[in-house]
Design a protein around this ligand. Structure first.
Ligand SMILES: [Zn+2]
Length: 74
Protein backbone atom coordinates (compact mmCIF):
# COMPACT_ATOMS: atom_id res chain seq x y z
CA UNK A 1 0.00 0.00 0.00
CA UNK A 2 1.26 3.40 -0.91
CA UNK A 3 0.24 6.46 1.04
CA UNK A 4 0.39 9.76 -0.73
CA UNK A 5 0.45 12.94 1.29
CA UNK A 6 0.19 16.00 -0.86
CA UNK A 7 1.05 19.31 0.71
CA UNK A 8 2.30 22.65 -0.46
CA UNK A 9 2.07 26.40 -0.28
CA UNK A 10 -0.82 28.09 -2.04
CA UNK A 11 -1.05 31.75 -2.71
CA UNK A 12 -4.26 33.60 -3.29
CA UNK A 13 -4.84 37.16 -4.29
CA UNK A 14 -7.34 39.07 -2.19
CA UNK A 15 -8.73 42.51 -2.79
CA UNK A 16 -9.26 44.91 0.11
CA UNK A 17 -11.23 48.14 -0.44
CA UNK A 18 -9.00 51.19 0.04
CA UNK A 19 -11.31 54.06 -0.80
CA UNK A 20 -12.10 56.41 -3.64
CA UNK A 21 -9.57 57.73 -6.12
CA UNK A 22 -9.61 59.25 -9.55
CA UNK A 23 -9.35 56.48 -12.16
CA UNK A 24 -7.49 57.60 -15.32
CA UNK A 25 -9.32 54.99 -17.44
CA UNK A 26 -12.83 55.89 -16.21
CA UNK A 27 -11.98 59.60 -16.01
CA UNK A 28 -13.98 59.67 -12.78
CA UNK A 29 -13.89 59.05 -9.04
CA UNK A 30 -14.06 55.29 -8.43
CA UNK A 31 -13.78 52.78 -5.60
CA UNK A 32 -10.38 51.10 -5.54
CA UNK A 33 -9.25 47.87 -3.91
CA UNK A 34 -5.74 47.01 -2.82
CA UNK A 35 -4.43 43.70 -4.19
CA UNK A 36 -2.85 41.55 -1.49
CA UNK A 37 -1.30 38.11 -1.78
CA UNK A 38 -1.99 35.70 1.05
CA UNK A 39 -0.04 32.47 1.47
CA UNK A 40 -1.53 29.29 2.88
CA UNK A 41 -0.07 25.98 3.91
CA UNK A 42 -2.26 23.43 2.17
CA UNK A 43 -2.80 19.71 2.56
CA UNK A 44 -4.45 17.78 -0.27
CA UNK A 45 -5.06 21.11 -2.03
CA UNK A 46 -7.09 22.44 0.93
CA UNK A 47 -5.65 25.59 2.50
CA UNK A 48 -5.21 24.86 6.23
CA UNK A 49 -2.86 27.37 7.86
CA UNK A 50 -2.59 31.05 6.89
CA UNK A 51 1.03 32.18 6.53
CA UNK A 52 0.32 35.87 6.33
CA UNK A 53 -0.25 38.25 3.49
CA UNK A 54 1.78 40.88 1.76
CA UNK A 55 0.90 43.92 -0.25
CA UNK A 56 1.60 43.79 -3.98
CA UNK A 57 1.72 47.58 -4.15
CA UNK A 58 -1.07 47.46 -6.72
CA UNK A 59 -4.58 48.87 -6.62
CA UNK A 60 -7.48 48.05 -8.91
CA UNK A 61 -10.48 50.06 -10.03
CA UNK A 62 -13.61 48.07 -9.15
CA UNK A 63 -15.53 49.58 -12.08
CA UNK A 64 -13.23 48.98 -15.09
CA UNK A 65 -10.70 46.55 -13.53
CA UNK A 66 -7.65 48.64 -14.45
CA UNK A 67 -4.62 48.11 -12.19
CA UNK A 68 -2.26 50.84 -11.11
CA UNK A 69 0.72 51.21 -8.83
CA UNK A 70 -0.44 52.40 -5.42
CA UNK A 71 1.50 55.68 -5.69
CA UNK A 72 -0.07 56.49 -9.08
CA UNK A 73 -3.58 57.05 -7.70
CA UNK A 74 -3.11 57.90 -4.02
ZN1 LIG B 1 -11.71 52.66 -13.72
Amino acid sequence: MTLFIIFGIDSKTKAKPVGHHHCPACQAERTFTELRRSRWFSLFFIPIIPLGSSSLGRVQCTTCGSEYNEEAVT
